[in-house]
Design a protein around this ligand. Structure first.
Ligand SMILES: NC(=O)c1ccc[n+]([C@@H]2O[C@H](COP(=O)([O-])OP(=O)(O)OC[C@H]3O[C@@H](n4cnc5c(N)ncnc54)[C@H](OP(=O)(O)O)[C@@H]3O)[C@@H](O)[C@H]2O)c1
Length: 337
């Protein structure tokens, strides 16, 4: 039996979801809903999908009318929670884009609803699926760098309408009401998710600074967060919609350090050079690393989870902890004003 999927939000990333579903032999895209008719039509034509829904509430009709097993939610952030709740109430499995919601109340309502169902919920943290990330985790777990003291994640590009092709003419990413925040909510959630996967749960945020230096918007377009993991490792996340594009993870431990620069031709560097003899380091060096999108892998993972009825990471808790991290950082900034 093929899993019947409906997409909500035929924008820039919604089309990437569709590409991935179209390649997966175990599912079928049954319907597409988007706010603007032509966007739903274009996507439907591109992926040979018969049914489209449009308008602000078309997605509700899609959920009610179509015989679906699952939905993929890829809309402006403020719509994630209401759409996910409606889907869950209608017995559908959900893949939700990050951030999974924008307020603490929404987190609570989502959690209560999810805890009452056996439905699969996947947070679309596609960066976890870069093959080098699991090798990096093995390197950390095997303590090849010794006890880690500091870890850093930097992710920058020129924003959703320059470096990334967001499609909706609402330009919602720069509107607090629809986006729920700035670059930290957009890119920082990836950072904290990757570092939680690699290092473990975070404990506390110790400092935040931010500014708005290049985009005409109220929220931040640059942000740094200093924090601590439960195992005492110190963390730093730096995100920007103004800086030249980069994505870098740095790990500093008692026996060595390692840096992955995802956009570099020679992405991995480390010290001391004797580490190159270690099997896991050789394995990491053998992987062709890029800053690509791994959405195919998240979607295959989602479809497999539904078929095998097996909830794995990145799950609701992963989505929740990332949003909590950002909301806590925003709280610190707000209290300082
Ligand atoms: N995981 C990742 O790495 C990653 C990367 C990029 C984006 N994202 C996330 O994906 C989500 C979408 O971002 P995007 O870049 O694709 O933005 P986008 O291109 O602006 O797409 C948003 C889409 O939502 C649709 N929409 C708005 N209101 C709607 C409604 N009431 N019913 C149905 N559809 C509605 C818009 O419809 P119309 O265009 O038809 O008006 C638009 O197509 C965001 O949450 C973003 O954070 C994740």
């Amino acid at each position: 039996m093929k899993i019947k999927v409906g997409l909500i939000g035929a924008g820039g990333f919604g089309n990437i979801h569709l590409q991935a579903y179209a390649k997966n032999p175990n599912c079928e895209i049954v319907a597409i809903s988007s706010r603007t008719k032509i966007h739903a039509e274009n996507a439907a034509q591109r992926f040979s999908v018969d049914k489209i829904y449009f308008g602000d509430d078309g997605w509700k009709s899609m959920i009610k009318t179509e015989d679906l097993n699952a939905v993929s939610v890829s809309t402006p952030n403020y719509l994630h929670a209401p759409m996910v709740l409606e889907a869950l109430h209608n017995g559908l499995h959900v893949l939700c884009e990050k951030p999974i919601c924008i307020t603490r109340n929404e987190l609570e309502e989502l959690e209560q609803t999810i805890n009452k169902t056996d439905l699969i919920f996947v947070t679309s943290f596609q960066k976890r699926f870069n093959p080098v990330i699991s090798v990096l985790k093995s390197i950390i777990d095997a303590e090849i760098l010794g006890k880690l003291i500091n870890v850093k994640y930097n992710f920058s590009h020129f924003g959703p309408y320059t470096s990334w092709k967001a499609l909706s003419e609402e330009r919602w990413f720069f509107d607090s009401r629809m986006a729920g925040g700035g670059v930290l909510l957009d890119l920082g959630v990836h950072g904290i998710d990757l570092l939680r996967y690699l290092i473990g749960e975070y404990k506390e945020i110790n400092g935040v600074n931010s500014n708005t230096s290049c985009i005409d918007m109220k929220d931040e377009d640059n942000c740094n967060v200093l924090f601590k993991f439960q195992n005492d490792t110190l963390g730093m996340i730096s995100v920007s919609w103004c800086n030249y594009p980069s994505e870098i993870i740095e790990l500093y431990g008692k026996k060595g350090n390692l840096r992955i620069d995802f956009r570099s031709k020679r992405p991995i560097s480390f010290q001391p050079s004797s580490l190159k003899k270690k099997k896991l380091i050789k394995k990491a060096l053998s992987i062709k690393i890029h800053s690509n999108n791994y959405q195919d892998k998240v979607i295959n993972h989602f479809i497999d989870a539904i078929i095998n009825n097996e909830q794995k990471h990145p799950n609701f808790l992963d989505g929740k902890r990332a949003v909590e991290f950002v909301l806590e950082a925003y709280n610190i900034l707000r209290n300082r004003e």
